[in-house]
Design a protein around this ligand. Structure first.
Ligand SMILES: [Zn+2]
Ligand SMILES: [Zn+2]
Ligand SMILES: [Zn+2]
Ligand SMILES: [Zn+2]
Ligand SMILES: [Zn+2]
Ligand SMILES: [Zn+2]
Ligand SMILES: [Zn+2]
Length: 1598
């Protein structure tokens, strides 16, 4: 009863609930007819499970199907097979069966697979990672790929591996036992019996269903109880699915010895032959190790009619191949013993070929394939048909070790079928030259080429098979007489066609023909196309009279009359053909003759070894230029195993040059091999040829040699082809040569070309080499039949009345218009002379050569003299060029003075590292802070605007000068990436947490402009951008809307400018310097007074303002203050705004706004009191970041920064110290009050505890905001400088306490012996005080040495950054010790900062003041909270962040990625697993499942991650692609070369080559440095600028 409205899920769910697999299995076990029972079960459930759905929720439907299959179909079978609960039964079996001999691991998508290039039987044989690592192949040459899912590890399969079939884990413990005992006997008999019956039933079911013909009913026993119409189209899918579901865990698991036992080959070989076919089908499975885990999937029934049926079903079907049963063929046909058996038993080879031929129905009248009328749908089918060729390839993959008579017969049947196939291809898709009109439509040509390409390896394999046994029988298949004429006809036509196309005679035939000719020569096709045609011509020519052959060639090129006329020139002109076309044809014909005689590197044609051919290919590639391994591989044809043979010969011809940190490894030709260079190498394209010619001539000139490029000595021909050489000296060729040389006597008027002449010279040279070689090998016998040197002395015959070839050559030698060829002609004449001498010496008499009277010696001497002269000339020329260049350089420097000045400064900065600047007296104490500081204010600063080139002095009241800069948020220093993104509106940036989770970094390229010049420039950029956007809606590499631009000089990405400000004034030494106590008291009073004034003023506006001043109320205070008193002089009579001109003030404002906007990610708002804080913040953060870099790179603190960074820090610091002047003074005062409350806790103000504040930030902020108090000091007796020093001292003490509070005893080390130093004693004392306050929160440490060491290390980065800060703020020269990295750094640092080198004295000397403060610090509730684990505890010194550690072997990463599942879609595999290099998080990138919304836009997992992990900047490794990805924000990104290289020094993007990859730590360090220097955004900018296609990528979806 079918209820249409009934919901299918609930129907199935009901079955889930009530079904018991165990009960079903016992029922089956008890019944009489197992097959009937199982069939009934299948008949009921298969249609119910698989014929539902297809509705809206297809995705969910599929999942339910899987579940139902597992429970309703597989589970009972498992129970039955194992006779009980499957898991338990399996364990039992494994105990009894011993170690598994086969791995059979099923690959997940993306899992690494390994194939040994030396031992695998074919490229489909692979190992899983575990097996590979335990196998012998890890030391061989191997290939690594990622699996597409499915497929099995072939470990343990003896047929898959030539050697080392098993890894250590799968090696049978006792090999003898394995080979002698039937593994089946290891199985409990009951299991064996049950499995063989259940497997045969299932297979029968498969065969029944797959071969069922009737559409309206089902096989007997399978009629469904509930009538469900099975759509025929889905039948194959249903079956396939039903059975792919049988990949139950039982069968898959390592494959339990059950199946393995059943699968012994021997069993196959004995049982197989005798049993009936159904048994055969079942056994078929058992014997196939690859199919083990698929078992019992139905087989593509080997019976011919069934194979055909399945395949045609597949071709008609529109499902992917992976759903089709035919996909199994790789598992079956690649087992050689099986394939051979199927060939013998079932004539498999013929079946496949016939099926294939039948599928291609379109034929022309001659029965040839016709692809030109293919529709898109047919083309699709054609694609499917091609998989048949794949099957054929599997079958042929390894030739049989021995032949049986049956195999021989069946192979010949298949071979004949194959010849039929080739017959249908011969002449398919012919082209006809279009004259008059252009073709109307580009004809389809790809299908035919694809077919040919696919068959390439098949043909090779056929040849291999033939060569092992049946070549004679094959000959009988090829019946009929083969005349040489017939043999050369078609190849010659083809080559003439190419020549004519080159000559431009087929222009009207469109691009399809051009493409075809390109592929004809291309490395992918040429083996079976161009190379074979050439070989065929050689075969034909060797069987013919050379003159006859040349006549045929001439006539096919339609050049016969050009050369046969009595008056060559006249007839030539009268030929009335396009001269250029004629010339090209002659060139092409001469080239063809060169190739027919000269190409001898095919074994059998010339006396060469197979590898000589590869070596020659490589050599000629390297003659063009040094090349990377991958380039060479691309230039070589691959065999069926994807091997080129490159590795076996490369080292003999080339030397490897390692790559640096960029670039790739290159192979360079060894010099001795360049003598083998052949200009007319047949695989050179025209472009290759001219590049190689140029490179080789250059090389020879450099070596002081002549530039002749004569042919290399060719290998001798094999006897069968020996007559080819006679082509070189036949009359017809001599006549051709004579004719061309005759033309060349006169300067070309279009009647001849230099390439023509060059080819003729080459041919002459080849002939001479041949003669010399024959003379040499015959020991100078006079009966050498090759007598070219004497033939060329004969004067021209009948039509041409000119002189002999030799005479012509001699007269051409000094022709002024042939200067280029002079060396070559000289070379030829020299060899002629040599040959003559050889002949004379051996025979003692003249051979009748009238020329060459000069003895050999003279020739050689003259040659030497000539070479010397040339070398001298070359030297002179070089000198002249050098002189010219240095002149030009001088000129250039003059013209680009500023540029060079910059780089000179860079150099000086670098030099400063080694020699302290002499201008500063090193004896005087250098102090950078406090009243005793030495300032550099008297120095005038002159800078030049890069835009208008005007020089300008930096002054507060002068024209504003700015520095191009890039400001960005950064998490590079973060010690806590889990901190959430704060709400920008509520964020209070005044207190930086010591975890430094997000900071604002500023960098600059150091290029200076007038503010006005920059503004004009930026406006122009904006306008250009607007125009461009109207034209095309693309992006640029920079975002003008958010203020980005490229530095006009260096194109560095920038988004703001930093104003240049004058140096700080020198300290006023006349004023009094109060001690710490006095100063603090006074400052506290000032703060309190101000605070209460502010409170009173804001009281009206702020009803909640009763309590402490938090940031919120701070805003209100400031706003209130501003409303109350807008602009104008302050009440206390201090007007900081007077110190700057309006232009400078405007620029201060501009940069301040940028820092605010970028730092908080908010819209500009000049009223926000947080504006100055962000300016201070970027100054502090940038300094901290640079200090870390200097520290980790072990560079001195001062003098080692490049000029641009120095410039940047200097202007940034001076800007920060001035920026408060543009903010309302009350805002700044308010900030100071709050900052001070950290150091001097005050019950009125809510301040964070000292463990929650980064002390360097606190120092910078309080020093910079302190100036706002300065004006209040009406007494005039205090200086800002003493305030700065006291602030530094206070913050330093606070930092000491901070370091001690976070001290851990984790590190155990030897206690120091001997006297306790003063520092140690005081540290102990201070620590003791802290313990008094905090009790057991702090560990008990009594060792002062350890405490002091920890404090010293913890406080050092703070002191270094503080030194940098005051150095730039006060322009104070650093002491010499800090310009190096030698000893005494600590002392120098302390003295530069005006601090005692025993820092603890700060505490000791002001105990009465500090003790209460320390008490209050410790009693802050926050401290206890953090120490009890209630917050982030940061320890000092903060360790520098690094990118994550990567494994040395890339496959470990691939393996990690393959087990990574999408975190969102419940265990699905991720398509693009991507590793964050900053935090090591694996992400599911480029996929809808993991898209999230960030700021109102859907973004991919990577982009989303960058917002939390990298504040918008991200570095990732795309594991499957082996690619590094940089992203910045949502719209910008680029790919960067990964730090993994193969042995050839190359990366492998997309893992296409599959060479093993290893970590190159230098490259990884380079990436790390980029990140730590905040250079990622700039790299992206440059990459996008260089490659516009990057701009169009939707980076946010990654
Ligand atoms: Zn394995
Ligand atoms: Zn193994
Ligand atoms: Zn191997
Ligand atoms: Zn300017
Ligand atoms: Zn620049
Ligand atoms: Zn996902
Ligand atoms: Zn991350």
């Amino acid at each position: 009863m079918a209820e249409p409205s009934r919901d299918p899920p609930s129907a199935l769910s009901a079955d889930f609930m009530s079904f018991s697999p165990g009960d079903t299995a016992s029922r089956w076990l008890a019944c009489a007819d197992l097959q009937q029972e199982v069939y009934r079960h299948l008949a009921e459930y298969v249609p119910r499970i698989l014929c539902q759905g297809g509705g809206m929720a297809e995705q969910r439907e599929e999942q339910r199907e899987e579940l139902a299959l597992q429970l309703l179909l597989l589970a009972p079978l498992e129970w039955l097979l194992l006779g009980g609960e499957p898991a338990a039964g399996l364990a039992l079996l494994q105990q009894g069966g011993g170690a598994a001999a086969l791995c059979g691991h099923v690959f997940k998508v993306g899992e690494p697979t390994y194939s040994c290039r030396e031992c695998a039987a074919d490229p489909t044989c692979v190992l899983c990672m575990q097996c590979f690592l335990a196998s012998a192949h890890r030391h061989h040459r191997y290939r690594m790929t990622t699996s597409g899912g499915g497929g099995f590890c072939d470990c343990g399969d003896a047929e898959a591996w030539k050697t080392g079939p098993s890894c250590q884990n799968h090696t049978p413990a006792d090999q003898n036992r394995e080979s002698e005992e039937d593994p089946v006997s290891l199985l409990p008999p009951a299991v064996e019996e049950r499995s063989s019956s259940i497997f045969s039933i299932i297979l029968q079911y498969a065969v029944d269903l797959l071969t069922w013909e009737q559409e309206d009913q089902l096989p007997a026993g399978l009629e469904p109880l509930t009538p469900v119409a099975v759509p025929t189209a889905r039948r194959a899918e249903i079956t396939s699915k039903a059975f792919s579901a049988f990949r139950c865990p039982v069968l898959r698991l390592d494959v339990c010895s059950v199946i393995k036992a059943l699968m012994s080959y021997r069993r196959l070989q004995t049982d197989f032959m005798e049993d009936d076919h159904d048994r055969l089908v079942s056994l078929f499975f058992f014997c196939c190790p690859n199919a083990v885990s698929l078992c019992p999937l139905p087989t593509p029934d080997p019976r011919p009619q069934n194979y055909e049926r399945l395949q045609s079903d597949f071709v008609r079907d529109d499902h992917d191949r992976q759903f089709s049963i035919t996909d199994l063929s790789v598992q079956i046909f690649t087992v050689p013993s099986l394939a051979r058996m199927l060939m013998v038993e079932e004539n498999l080879m013929m079946t496949i070929i016939r099926t294939f031929v039948d599928q291609l129905r379109h034929r022309d009248a001659q029965g040839r394939f016709q692809f030109d009328r293919y529709t898109a749908q047919q083309a699709f089918k054609f694609g499917r048909v091609q998989s048949l060729i794949g099957d054929l390839k599997y079958v042929l993959i390894s030739p049989p070790p021995q032949w049986s008579q049956q195999l021989r017969t069946k192979f010949l049947d298949g071979f004949e079928a194959f010849l039929d196939l080739l017959r249908c291809m011969q002449g398919m898709d012919p082209v006809v030259r279009q004259v008059g009109q252009h073709i109307e439509m580009e004809p389809e040509w790809e299908a035919a080429f694809t077919l040919q390409m696919k068959l390439t390896h098949i043909i090779t394999m056929m040849q291999e098979w033939c060569s092992t046994d049946v070549s004679r029988s094959v000959a009988s298949v090829l019946q009929g007489e083969l005349s040489p004429h017939l043999l050369i006809e078609l190849p010659l036509r083809c080559l003439v066609l190419c020549a004519q196309v080159h000559a431009g005679m087929w222009r009207r035939n469109g691009f399809s023909l051009i493409n075809q000719i390109y592929y004809y020569h291309n490395v992918k096709c040429r083996v079976e196309m161009f190379d074979k045609d050439l070989a065929m011509l050689q075969v034909g020519a060797s069987m013919m009279d050379p003159n006859h052959f040349l006549m045929i060639v001439l006539s096919r090129f339609e050049l016969f009359h050009t050369f046969s006329a009595s008056d060559l020139r006249r007839r030539y002109r009268e030929a009335n053909k396009d001269l250029a076309q004629q010339n090209t044809l002659i060139e092409e014909m001469l080239h063809l003759i060169i190739m027919v005689v000269g190409e001898r590197y095919v074994p059998g044609v010339g006396q060469v070894e197979p590898l000589d051919e590869v070596r020659r290919e490589i050599l000629h590639q390297l003659c063009i230029r040094p090349m990377a391994h991958s380039e060479l591989v691309k230039a070589l044809p691959e065999n069926g195993n994807k091997e080129t043979g490159l590795e076996r010969v490369i080292d003999s011809v080339a030397s490897f040059r390692k790559p640096g940190v960029t670039g790739r490894g290159l192979y360079e030709l060894r010099p001795e091999w360049s003598k083998r260079f052949d200009l007319y190498f047949h695989h050179y394209s025209r472009a290759d040829q001219s590049k190689a010619e140029e490179a080789q001539r250059k090389l020879r000139r450099q070596n002081g040699e002549d530039t002749a490029l004569p042919p290399p000595r060719p290998p001798p021909l094999c006897p069968l082809f020996a007559s080819l050489a006679n082509l070189l000296q036949c009359d017809a060729l001599l006549a051709l040569e004579g004719a061309v040389l005759q033309w060349a006597v006169e300067p070309s008027g279009g009647g001849w070309t230099e390439s023509m002449l060059q080819r003729v010279l080459h041919l002459v040279a080849m002939a001479l080499l041949e003669e010399q070689q024959q003379l040499d090998s015959s020991g100078g016998d006079e009966d050498v039949s090759f007598t070219f040197s004497s033939r060329i002395t004969r004067p021209g015959e009948a039509p041409s009345t000119s002189g002999s070839v030799l005479a012509l050559l001699e007269s051409l030698q000094n022709a002024p218009h042939l200067e280029v060829h002079k060396d070559m002609i000289t070379w030829i004449l020299k060899v002629v002379g040599n040959i003559k001498t050889t002949r004379e010496r051996t025979t003692g008499c003249s051979v009748g050569v009238s020329h060459g009277r000069r003895p050999e010696e003279t020739v050689r001497d003259k040659d030497k003299a000539e070479r010397k002269r040339k070398a001298e000339m070359a030297r002179l020329r070089r000198e002249k060029v050098m002189a010219q260049m240095s002149e030009m350089q001088k000129h250039f420097i003059n013209e680009n003075k500023e540029l060079f000045q910059q780089s000179m400064e860079d150099l000086e900065a670098a030099a400063a590292e080694h020699s302290p600047p002499s201008s500063e007296p090193t004896c005087a104490a250098q102090i950078c802070v406090g009243p005793r500081r030495v300032g550099g204010a008297e120095r005038r600063q002159l800078v030049t605007c890069i835009l208008c080139q005007e020089e300008q002095e930096v002054r507060g009241h002068g024209r504003a000068m700015v520095l191009a800069a890039f400001i960005q948020r950064s998490t590079v220093l973060s010690k806590n990436r889990s901190r959430g993104v704060p709400d920008p509106e509520r964020l209070d940036p005044l207190f930086m947490h010591p975890d430094l989770s997000v900071g604002v970094h500023t960098a600059s390229c150091g290029h200076i402009m007038h503010a006005t010049c920059w503004q004009r420039y930026f406006e122009a950029v904006q306008q250009k951008e607007q125009r461009r956007q109207q034209r095309l809606r693309g992006h640029t590499s920079y975002d003008v809307e958010s203020g980005e631009f490229l530095c006009p000089l260096c194109e560095c990405l920038s988004n703001t400018v930093i104003p240049l400000l004058p140096h700080a004034c020198s300290p006023d030494r006349s004023v009094e310097h109060p001690c710490l106590e006095t100063w603090l008291k006074r400052t506290n009073q000032q703060a309190a007074a101000l605070d209460s004034t502010h409170r009173k003023q804001s009281h009206g506006q702020s009803p909640a303002g009763g309590g402490a001043i938090s940031w919120r109320s701070g805003v209100q205070v400031a706003a209130a203050a501003q409303q109350a008193e807008p602009a104008g002089p302050d009440r206390v009579g201090f007007d900081p705004q007077n110190s700057f001109s309006s232009g400078v003030a405007e620029m201060i404002n501009t940069f301040g706004m940028s820092a605010y906007k970028v730092g908080l990610k908010v819209n500009p708002n000049e009223q926000d009191p947080r504006v100055p804080v962000l300016s201070w913040s970027t100054c502090a953060y940038t300094m901290q970041s640079i200090e870390r870099l200097l520290m980790d790179e072990k560079k001195p603190l001062f003098g080692s920064l490049p000029c641009r960074q120095d410039e940047c820090l200097s202007s940034l610091t001076r800007f920060s110290s001035a920026c408060w002047t543009t903010a309302p003074i009350r805002t700044v005062q308010n900030h100071f009050i709050r900052l001070l409350s950290v150091l001097v806790p005050d019950s009125q103000l809510e301040a964070p505890c000292i463990l929650d504040v980064d002390m360097f930030h606190l120092l910078v902020y309080s020093v910079l905001s302190y100036s706002s108090l300065h004006g209040l000091d009406q007494s005039g007796r205090s200086s800002v400088d003493s305030g700065h020093l006291h602030l530094l001292q206070l913050v330093t003490v606070a930092h000491l306490v901070q370091v001690l509070l976070t001290f851990t005893t984790g590190e155990l080390s030897m206690d120091q012996d001997g006297e306790e130093s003063e520092e140690e004693r005081l540290t102990c004392q201070l620590y003791g005080r802290l313990r008094d306050h905090l009790g057991r929160c702090l560990p008990d440490v009594s060792c002062g040495w350890r405490l002091w060491r920890c404090v010293r290390a913890g406080v050092l980065p703070f002191l270094r950054t503080a030194a940098l800060f005051f150095h730039y703020m006060n322009s104070a020269s650093p002491p010499a010790d800090l310009l190096g990295t030698g000893p005494g750094q600590w002392e120098a640092l302390c003295s530069y900062l005006s601090l005692p080198s025993n820092l603890l004295l700060l505490y000791q000397n002001h105990r009465t003041l500090l003790e209460p403060l320390i008490h209050r610090w410790c009693c802050h509730p926050g401290v206890g909270q953090v120490l009890h684990g209630g917050g982030v505890l940061v320890q000092f010194p903060r360790e520098s962040n690094r990118l994550i550690d990567l494994p040395e072997d890339y496959s470990i990463l691939i393996n990690q990625a393959s087990s990574f599942t999408c975190p969102r879609s419940g265990g699905d595999k991720s398509r693009a697993p991507t590793l964050c290099l900053v935090c090591g998080c694996m992400l599911c990138s480029q996929s809808y499942c993991c898209q999230t919304e960030v700021e109102g836009e859907d973004v991919g997992a990577c982009t989303a991650h960058t917002f939390t992990c990298g504040a918008g900047i991200g570095l990732f490794l795309r594991v499957r692609e082996s690619q590094v990805l940089f992203v910045a924000g949502k719209t910008k990104g680029c790919f960067y070369p990964p730090p993994y290289l193969d042995d050839y020094g190359e990366t492998d993007p997309g893992l296409k080559r599959g060479n093993p990859l290893h970590l190159c730590s230098e490259r990884y360090q380079k990436i790390e440095r980029l990140w730590r220097q905040h250079g990622i955004a700039e790299v992206i900018g440059h990459a996008q600028e260089a490659n516009q296609t990057l701009v169009a990528i939707d980076w946010q979806h990654l």
